[in-house]
Write a protein that binds this ligand. Sequence first.
Ligand SMILES: Nc1nc2c(ncn2[C@@H]2O[C@H](COP(=O)(O)OP(=O)(O)OP(=O)(O)O)[C@@H](O)[C@H]2O)c(=O)[nH]1
Ligand SMILES: [Mg+2]
Length: 321
Amino acid sequence: MELASKILEGNILAASRLMRGIEDEAPDAVDDLKTIYPHTGRAYIVGVTGVSGAGKSTLIDSLIGVLRKKNMTVGVIAIDPTSPFTGGAILGDRVRMQSCGLDNDVFIRSLAQRGWVGGLSKATISTIHVMDAMGKDIILVETVGAGQAEINITKVADTSIVILTPGAGDEIQMMKAGILEAADIFVINKADEKGADNLKTQLEVMLEMRVFPPDGWKPGIVLTEAIFGKGAEELTEAILRHKQFLTSSGELEKRREERVKLELVEAIESSVKNFIFNSIDKGYLEKLIDNLAHRKIDPHSAALEIVSQFGKQPKPFGQQV
Ligand SMILES: Nc1nc2c(ncn2[C@@H]2O[C@H](COP(=O)(O)OP(=O)(O)OP(=O)(O)O)[C@@H](O)[C@H]2O)c(=O)[nH]1
Ligand SMILES: [Mg+2]
């Protein structure tokens, strides 16, 4: 438990160790995660999604600068990054400091998505928990907006930012349905390039066609030039305004309930699977597999046959509390 208490003190080396354990699915990691869990739920989670090369990392670099000026501590999780964080002037120093374990204010971690089976992967949520427990005020999660993970990141984030770039007619098409709908803030990055205004109009038209409840949140559009640090302050203000809206409308609590529900579903899936495979009669399992191989039964029916043996409780079930 020593590792967990070091993490709660914000120790970067301890946090890195647990994050590695999470990725390797080390059994110890589960215990440490249990210990830190009561200390999580304070960080504000921001998803940053856009196609490869849209400028997500560059924009995050400049956001970090603005957030640090506001004395906020920052965590960054880059999922499947295809380009490394080059680091602006500020970040460059911070990353160097971080590698010496000296800087507690900014913590950056990359996660490989390859090999994940469905869902957003426990690894992302658990890594968020570690940064949260370290006391990071805001956690930025960078994902490339083309896969299944991005749909889920919008469920995990408090604020979802979608980045587009000029000449992005194609980008809009490439974005999976559901990502655009889930955006709380649109960013048009590379506004120094031709076509930014055009794209803004296109987005505005798209938003006009959607119906928002009168007291609901209507996504805004922020123009940025991330390489020049332009627009990062406006974007920070937009994030904080959205946070304020979510807090005062009670929407934040609802989103967070959705998030823990998602975690519960993932946890149930893995514990039920473990439970069944640990307790099932091996001879019965072998026979079932043999029947599957000889096409005497199909996998869905086989699964139902197994699960039905564990579903003998009255419905609905649950302990009285
Ligand atoms: N002209 C211009 N180029 C930019 C701007 N922002 C970022 N870039 C450039 O766009 C390229 C991609 O930027 P990244 O920040 O790596 O993009 P990304 O979205 O993180 O890319 P992946 O991690 O590969 O998905 C880099 O060469 C940046 O210098 C901008 O505002 N204007
Ligand atoms: Mg990147």
